[in-house]
Design a protein around this ligand. Structure first.
Ligand code: NDP
Length: 293
């Protein structure tokens, strides 16, 4: 089968180009979108993510603030900073990099963010807006990026059976809501670690989304011939041949699955690049909503 390898880097570039034009128009009318990125602690992977978000802002002309706080920062100090950012008119989006140190209650931090600045889409108000299909809400960036990939590749969703493996609030559940919503009109099944006969269920999927965190979980026996496969997983596996001693793989065993499907996202270079692009998109949206543009 001729398989389309879905190019997330290219689609992310197109999204950023579109945003660049919108940012130019906003600036002409005196409004500059602004994003605050808050990092608590020393986690090296989080540091890389935060830096790449700030870099994306700089490249697009989005005003950004980076707050790198020490690991010992208290919950109250972090909430105080969020209140300050909530009140700062230059800031339209606030992102607190996950995971915070263990002594921080992540849910309390999410609740402290003004829902109008919650560009991660984690606040209960935005979760409700997603379920209600209220377009003024913010949707988590990774599932939003998956929908953008489907749309950019002209992959139809209406009437299709989509199976989403994973039920997290960051990926699985919002992904399922987007697919079942009235814009996509898919019929959706959510699978998780207690799902019976996962391969058999997945073989009924026209669209299969893997958001699990288990390298190579999805193998050829999960795939209905011609299915579209979106691999959200980002997993480090040891690889002595690589300078860093590891490589990044998805949840899908690409080599065995790719020949069976009509389209598939690679890892890296598939869903990953879309996440930052959609964060920029949510920040521009927050600015537009704030200034009534
Ligand atoms: P979570 O750990 O929060 O959720 C994983 C889900 O997978 C859970 O619902 C879990 O089920 C389910 N699961 C675990 N094992 C199995 C199994 N053997 N069979 C079926 N289901 C299983 O992870 P996230 O949703 O946060 O992330 C998922 C993956 O996506 C990770 O690899 C993460 O790194 C990646 N990711 C990628 C992003 C990107 O930008 N591309 C952004 C965010 C995440 P249960 O609920 O029963 O425990």
């Amino acid at each position: 089968m001729d398989t389309i390898i879905i190019d997330g880097k290219q689609t992310a570039r197109s999204v950023l180009q579109r945003l660049s034009a919108q940012i130019g128009q906003l600036k002409q009318s005196g409004h500059t979108p602004g994003l605050a990125v808050v990092l608590v602690g020393e986690d090296p992977a989080s540091r890389v993510y935060v830096n790449s978000k700030v870099k994306a802002c700089e490249e697009l002309g989005i005003y950004s603030q980076k707050w790198a706080l020490p690991t010992e920062t208290t919950q109250e100090e972090l909430v105080q900073l969020i209140r300050q950012l909530n009140a700062d008119d230059r800031i339209h989006g606030i992102l607190v990099q996950s995971p915070p140190p263990k002594h921080i209650d992540e849910q309390a931090v999410v609740l402290a963010i003004d829902p109008r600045k919650d560009v991660d889409g984690f606040h209960p108000i935005n979760v409700a807006k997603l379920v209600l299909e209220d377009p003024t809400g913010f949707v988590p960036c990774t599932p939003l990026g998956c929908m953008e990939l489907l749309s950019a590749c002209g992959i139809p969703t209406q009437g299709k059976h989509a199976v989403v493996i994973g039920r997290s609030m960051i990926v699985g559940k919002p992904m399922a809501h987007l697919l079942v919503g009235k814009r996509a009109n898919a019929t959706v099944t959510i699978a998780h670690s207690r799902t019976a006969d996962l391969p058999g269920l997945c073989r009924t999927a026209d669209i299969l989304v893997a958001a699990v965190g288990r390298p190579g979980l999805v193998t050829a026996d999960f795939i209905k011939p011609g299915a579209v496969v979106l691999d959200v997983g980002i997993n480090r596996v040891e690889d002595a041949t690589r300078p860093r001693g590891y490589r990044i793989v998805g949840d899908v065993d690409f080599a065995s699955v790719q020949p069976l499907c009509s389209a598939i996202t690679p890892v890296p270079g598939g869903v990953g690049p879309m996440t930052i692009a959609m964060l920029m998109s949510n920040t521009v949206k927050a600015c537009k909503l704030a200034c009534g543009a």
